[in-house]
Design a binder for this molecule. Sequence first.
Ligand SMILES: Nc1ncnc2c1ncn2[C@@H]1O[C@H](COP(=O)(O)OP(=O)(O)OP(=O)(O)O)[C@@H](O)[C@H]1O
Ligand SMILES: [Mg+2]
Length: 152
Amino acid sequence: MGEFITTRPEETLQLGKRVAAKLEAGDVICLSGDLGAGKTLFTQGIAEGLGVSEDVTSPTFTIMQVYEEGRLAIYHFDLYRLDRIDELENIGFDEYIGHAGVAIIEWADKFREYMPQEYLWIEILLGQEPNERIIRVNGVGDRFVMLCEGLK
Ligand SMILES: Nc1ncnc2c1ncn2[C@@H]1O[C@H](COP(=O)(O)OP(=O)(O)OP(=O)(O)O)[C@@H](O)[C@H]1O
Ligand SMILES: [Mg+2]
């Protein structure tokens, strides 16, 4: 596990870019943590790192947003408003996972048992100071353990 403390939004964005550089098709990134802590900003960093110029916003109402402009397609999920597992099945969640592109899932902890077996789990928590964030990165599965180690 790796822990990072950021004190400005740009630093969180930058960490997202560093993760982006290591991503391959089929990778899964689960995001959890405090409301408004920086999950979407972190996703924006990944998107920028992959070469997406569009703004990334929480797909809270659409649940999923695709960005196809970069080195890898991004399937950006936000499960915040999702109540039931069949809603996730209905939007074809499984078909986006582990194939082409990268899946990034905000509020993945809401449906933890529905996540694939291997992923990079990133928890973003509010720190003591207003702009302080504690970012915990944990790899599950060999590939993601390695990816996590490579970030230190
Ligand atoms: N160190 C920091 N890292 C990340 N964001 C920060 C930091 N300091 C301040 N912020 C601010 O926190 C907010 C994070 O918003 P963001 O939408 O990324 O959070 P979120 O976790 O996706 O929220 P939600 O839970 O609603 O999905 C932004 O307004 C950002 O400017
Ligand atoms: Mg968000």
